[in-house]
Design a protein around this ligand. Sequence first.
Ligand SMILES: *Cc1c(COP(=O)(O)O)cnc(C)c1O
Length: 391
Amino acid sequence: MNKTPSIVRRTSVPSSSSVPLVTPLMPSVVYRSASPDAIDAQYDGTAPGYVYAREGHPNADILARKIDMLEGAEGGLIFGSGMAAITGALFGCLKAGDHVLGGNQLYGRCLRMMAQELPALGIETSLADPTDAAAMKAALRPNTKAILIEVVSNPTLRIADVAGIAKAAKEAGALLIVDNTFTTPRSFRPFEHGADIVVHSVTKLLAGHSDVTLGYVAAKDPALMEQIEGIWATLGLTPSPFDCWLAERGLHSFELRYDRAQHNAALLAEALARHPNVKSVLYPRRSDHPDFARANVLLGGQGGNMVSFVIKGGRAEANALTQAAPNIAFAPTLGDIGTTLSHPPSSSHRALTEAERADLGISEGFFRVSVGIEDPDLLIEEFLSAIEASS
Ligand SMILES: *Cc1c(COP(=O)(O)O)cnc(C)c1O
């Protein structure tokens, strides 16, 4: 047998006086150092560089710096999912005996964390209506350390009273965490409105192609960010380099995609509202939206890419609608390049009782649309014919 031992040894990249245009994908888990002194210097922070990918890698840092730019943040971190990001942010602020207040229409898994995982660790939790700052303020306790809200609620698209909540948080000495997934920094920059921590599910609009799960956290206070970074590396909430590489590629077109999707959403909302089989349309730029004035102030006249609507009829009509729209993916996500349709009573809100859903205005005819970047005429035509066929 011929001996070829050298193929096992890693080679360095051939030298080139030109450099790659595209960000290199750097999947290495571990980095070689020249000597014990050199690795010591890196751990001490006196020399830059990477050691082990769970503690950071170039593709995560490249992506993080770009989202930092969008959010007006410094030193943000990429997490393996939006939920990992929320875990990192909450664990960074809370210990046993503390209380955290959440908005009552948070993302489903956040509600579950409030109900199960946090109480199991001795952390008190409660929920209040974020459209009502007085209700949020009244729910604060002497041991409240953090408040977690989303600006636009899912799926009814109500707008939180961010100014009132930020004021109450400051007075109480609690940190305000804003999940900016729905609004994105294109419509809303939480740090300019009193937030202490911004979190994202990068999975959604920022990456935009439904092929990665990733999250992001940035804190205003560098000491708090350092605390969160320790949790990130220790609990292993770190992302894969390939996911970061894909998300950076997606992020390059984020602003274009968002503007187009938002434009489409406004047109679709108007078209849906004119159809006789549509009972109501929820879109922050429509004057019949319950928080229209606040939406205008907070989102600067932008409505985002999410539209909800209620058709006349029940489950049978809802089933008929999705079946009559084969080109609109019936899938419980948001922020994809293509339009997706979800039905909260059978998916995200199935755990609620019918009465609880009714309180939120979520009947069997309720649909949520994440509008994509397709041709708007085609999209409107597909929706209207599906609604027609369902009735
Ligand atoms: C999807 C989502 C999350 C969770 O993000 P994952 O990347 O799926 O873990 C958190 N908050 C909001 C508002 C979301 O839409």
